[in-house]
Write a protein that binds this ligand. Structure first.
Ligand SMILES: [Fe+2]
Length: 269
C-alpha cells in the first residue's frame, strides 16, 4: 500500500510571493509529479501549515490545486492555519466532537489517525507551539481502543519532542501535552510510525521506540543550524514523501520533484 506525505504547503493569496517563492506553483509541481509517478497511492496526507496566513482565498487556491490529485487528500492544519477558515473551504474534512480537525481514515494496510495539534479557542493564530489538550488526548485514547490490534500510522503537524536544534525545539508540542502523549503511546504497540511536519527539513529517528519522520516542505525550507537560536529559511530543495506500507515494513522515500538535472545510465559511462 502506498501513501503520499506532503507537508507545509504554506499557500498565500494569489499574486503574492513568500520568501521569494511561489508556494502555489511549488504545490502544483508536486501534484503534477505525483500524478505521473504515484497515481496508484491510496491517499495523500498533508501534515499542516496548508496556508501561511490562513486567508480564505489561500484555502481556495489550495483546494483548486489539490483537485488535481487522483487519490483522497487528507489535509491537517498547522499553527499557520486558521481552523475556521480551513473548515469553511473544506467542509468535507471531519472534525471531532470538540471541533478539532482530527479523524480516522482506513486504508488497506493500516488505520491512519490524523491529529490536530493547533492551539484552540481565542488564542489560535500563527503561533508556533503545539497543543493536544481540550479533549484531544481522550479522543486519541478512544481511537486506540477502537483500533484494537490494527496497525496504526499517526499523522500530526507538531513533533511531540525536540529534535536537538535550538530554533526548532521551542516550537514543538508543549511539554505537558507531549508527556501525556508519550505516556499514552508507550502503551500502544500497534503504532507503526509517526509522521509530522512543521520543521521544513528531513528528519527521521525514533521516540519511545516509535519510528518517526518529517520531510522538506513543498514551500521554503528551514536552515539546519545547531548554534542559532532563531530560525532562518532557505531555498533548499523541496520534497514529498512516498510511503510504502507492508505488514512487516514501512519504507519512506523523499521525492525531489523539482529536480531537472542530468541522469546517467551506468551502462554508458
Ligand atoms: Fe510550516
Amino acid at each position: 500500500m502506498k501513501l503520499i506525505h506532503l507537508t507545509d504547503t504554506h499557500l498565500v493569496v494569489p499574486g503574492r510571493a513568500l520568501y521569494g517563492l511561489d508556494p502555489e506553483a511549488r504545490l502544483a509541481a508536486a501534484v503534477a509529479h505525483i500524478r505521473v509517478h504515484h497515481a496508484d497511492a491510496e491517499a495523500c496526507v498533508i501534515t499542516g501549515d496548508l496556508t501561511h496566513w490562513g486567508e480564505p482565498a489561500a484555502y481556495d487556491r489550495l483546494r483548486h490545486v489539490l483537485a488535481g490529485l487522483p487519490m483522497p487528500v487528507l489535509p491537517l492544519i498547522g499553527n499557520h492555519d486558521d481552523r475556521e477558515a480551513f473548515c469553511a473551504v473544506f467542509p468535507q474534512v471531519p472534525r471531532d466532537a470538540n471541533g478539532f480537525v482530527q479523524w480516522v481514515h482506513d486504508t488497506s494496510d493500516a488505520r491512519l489517525l490524523l491529529l490536530d495539534t493547533v492551539m484552540h479557542g481565542d488564542e489560535a493564530g500563527p503561533k508556533s507551539g503545539g497543543y493536544f489538550s481540550g479533549g484531544r488526548l481522550e479522543w486519541l485514547q478512544a481511537q486506540f481502543d477502537a483500533a484494537g490490534a490494527q496497525p496504526v500510522l499517526l499523522f500530526m503537524h507538531h513533533p511531540p519532542f525536540g529534535v536537538g536544534v535550538p530554533a526548532f525545539d521551542t516550537i514543538n508540542l508543549q511539554a505537558d501535552d507531549a508527556r501525556a502523549m508519550a505516556a499514552l503511546l508507550r502503551t500502544q504497540r500497534q503504532v507503526r510510525h509517526l509522521f509530522f511536519g512543521h520543521i521544513h527539513r528531513t528528519i527521521f529517528g525514533s521516540w519511545h521506540g516509535i519510528p518517526f519522520s518529517t520531510l522538506p516542505a513543498t514551500a521554503h525550507q528551514s536552515k539546519l543550524d545547531f548554534l542559532a537560536s532563531r530560525d532562518l529559511f532557505t531555498h533548499e530543495a523541496p520534497g514529498y514523501g512516498v510511503v510504502l506500507v507492508e505488514p512487516e515494513q514501512v519504507t519512506i522515500h523523499v521525492a525531489d520533484f523539482l529536480y531537472q538535472g542530468p541522469e546517467f545510465d551506468p551502462k554508458q559511462p
